[in-house]
Design a protein around this ligand. Structure first.
Ligand code: IFM
Length: 598
């Protein structure tokens, strides 16, 4: 059963139907299937007892009930003589490849498996290979010991590899934001891949490839979702699972007030840009043109068509607009006083849409004439679409207010300032400001208060030069102080209600304010070992925050950039660090790096 999340206790939790148990010789077996998807799961177990290095012949009997099977041994234990019980279990599911049937497969495995010591040896060897590829080592300035930071980085890398590994590559599984064992969010997949893939890309890009193909398999569902809403192309859902349909909740429970609140988070259409960004970056790391040309192109072009279709032309302003969406900041889903869900011209969404259209145009050049014609005919992309894309990349609307502040969305400047000090004094921890305010009959929609980085995500994903180019083409100013000014503005107005927030903020501060960036990095490091959110860590890990934190060391402090077929490094380490050591894979080459202060 699923019973790990208090808030879900009243929801249905039994997902397995027992199909039977059996026992023969030293083997016991059990088979079950999932209630709705009818996925069958089989376990076979072999148990033996040892004493003094020899197998012990012991009386045993099988204990079987519905959905339970065990073997009960009766032995005489002698004081001072160690007795060892060794149980070897094999698990298969009906979706495994290269098997005939899952119960037979598990039986075959368990009969062929060596002893515990043999298995431990191969297990250690497998982890040794993984650590060689994945471990990022910190060297402390002054010869100190980065013990705790190193331990947590290793723990986070371990969790990443428990969730997405060479074993999951062929299994048609995505990367759920709470890993596989966390019950919160019910195994759903969000945009968190954006924080996760960079670590995989530079170490085991074949895993990223498999995860992108997982998205490709669900392209049909994304096309259908776009069609249903009257758009072209493909619209990937904010939350999804098995068949790729939209799984976002339409109401959610505020545990603080006990009330069910309407939930518009499916309007986070920006997940589509994250998928496009991930495709592009996988290609940058690997130069895998075959992937790009087949899987990547279809997804990227269809996402571009979606953005072009959802962009509406405001004739009076001679600008394109994207209306009725949500940005990454989940505190704002509607304008105060409005009964229309969604916000207009979320800066992150609009700029990302422009970036996607740019990449789609570039992609058409990369593909080569034959493939270009083939794919354009297949998806029905004509020269008039391409002209419209170009027009949008010049005329998408971005709203500004004050002195060069990029407005999170249209009308943001009219929201009230929030009394942060007063709220902290009254409630202490205000990370989940949404819950606090709702319980008081208020709403974060009224205030200039964000849950997590939204505008600042642009600075997280792009270099200043890339943004300068984008804004210049759009005809908007992007001055030298645009980035620091906006960081300062939004940082003061963010509660970090998502663990992803500190990762993004630490990143954007890494150049301008290294001590503050380091503090945020250390707070992000605590997310999953200290339950800094007050109660959500037992519901499951935050894989995006974990991988994002590892990536801060990997790409941010070293400033690794992949551009124009070149791997650039421009390190600037935080003061406490002397060096960072790691192994990277870049375009088929293995690079062993030690990035020092100088
Ligand atoms: O994807 C995130 C989102 O940005 C914030 N709430 C939790 C989601 C899953 O991790």
């Amino acid at each position: 059963i699923n019973a790990g999340v208090d808030r879900y206790k009243k929801l249905s939790s039994g997902h397995l139907e027992p199909l039977g148990t059996s026992a023969s010789g030293d083997l016991i077996q059990l088979k079950a299937q999932t209630v709705q998807s009818e996925l069958r799961i089989a376990l076979s177990a072999r148990t033996a007892l040892f004493s003094g290095g020899r197998t012990l012949k012991a009386e045993s009997k099988v204990a079987a009930e519905k959905a339970f099977v065990g073997r009960v041994f009766k032995v005489r234990a002698v004081q001072g003589r160690p007795l060892a019980a060794e149980k070897i279990v094999s698990l298969h599911s009906s979706r495994d490849k290269a098997i005939s049937e899952c119960l037979l497969a598990s039986e075959k495995d368990v009969r062929r498996a060596g002893s515990f010591d043999d298995l431990l040896r191969t297990h250690r060897q497998a982890w040794k290979c993984l650590w060689d590829r994945f471990r990022i080592e910190l060297e402390w300035a002054g010869g100190g010991n980065p013990g705790r930071q190193q331990l947590i980085l290793d723990l986070y890398t371990f969790h990443l590899l428990q969730t997405a590994s060479f074993h999951t590559m062929d299994m048609d599984v995505g990367v759920p934001s709470r890993g596989w064992h966390g019950e919160a969010y019910r195994g759903h997949i969000f945009w968190d891949e954006l924080f996760i893939f960079p670590v995989l890309n530079l170490r085991a890009p074949q895993i990223t490839r498999a995860l992108l193909i997982y998205r490709h398999r669900r392209l049909r569902e994304a096309r259908e979702a776009a069609r249903r809403e009257g758009y072209e192309g493909a619209m990937y859902p904010w939350q999804s699972g098995s068949d790729g349909r939209e799984e976002s909740q339409t109401v959610h429970l505020n545990p603080r007030s006990g009330r069910w609140i309407p939930d518009n988070s499916h309007l986070q259409r920006h997940v589509n840009s994250a998928i496009a960004y991930n495709i592009w970056h996988y290609y940058q790391v690997t130069d895998d043109l075959e992937f790009l040309s087949f899987y990547g192109a279809e997804m990227l072009l269809e996402i571009a068509r979606f953005w072009a279709g959802i962009s509406v032309r405001n004739e009076a302003a001679d600008r394109y607009e994207i209306l009725g969406v949500m940005g990454p900041d989940e505190y704002h889903d509607t304008m105060p006083g409005s009964d229309r869900p969604g916000l207009d011209n979320n800066a992150y969404t609009n700029v990302m849409a422009v970036w996607v259209l740019f990449r789609a145009l570039e992609l058409l050049d990369i593909l080569g004439e034959e493939r270009k014609i083939e794919i354009c005919e297949t998806i029905g992309l004509g020269p008039e679409d391409v002209e419209r894309w170009k027009d949008i990349t010049r005329k998408m609307k971005v709203v500004f207010h004050g002195d060069g502040i990029i407005s999170q969305f249209e009308g943001y400047d009219r929201l009230e300032e929030f009394d942060w000090d007063g709220a902290r004094e009254k409630h202490g921890d205000i990370q989940r400001l949404d819950r606090i305010l709702e319980a008081e009959g208020d709403s974060p929609n009224r205030y200039k208060a964000s849950k997590q980085a939204d505008v600042l995500m642009l600075f997280y994903l792009f270099s200043a030069e890339e943004l300068e180019d984008l804004f210049e083409r759009l005809g908007y100013p992007f001055e030298e102080d645009t980035i620091p000014k906006n960081i300062e503005y939004y940082l003061r107005r963010t509660s970090h209600g998502s663990t992803l927030s500190r990762v993004a903020h630490s990143w954007v501060l890494a150049r301008s304010d290294r001590p503050r960036s380091w503090d945020l990095f250390n707070e992000a490091l605590k997310s999953d070992v200290a339950d800094i959110q007050g109660g959500t860590t037992p519901e499951g890990i935050h894989l995006g925050a974990m991988a994002g934190t590892v990536d801060l060391v990997q790409r941010c402090y070293t400033e690794i950039r992949l551009r124009d077929g070149v791997l650039w490094l421009n390190p600037q380490l935080p003061d406490p660090l002397e060096a960072i050591k790691m192994t990277l894979r870049y375009r088929g080459q293995t690079l062993r790096l030690r990035v020092g202060k100088d």
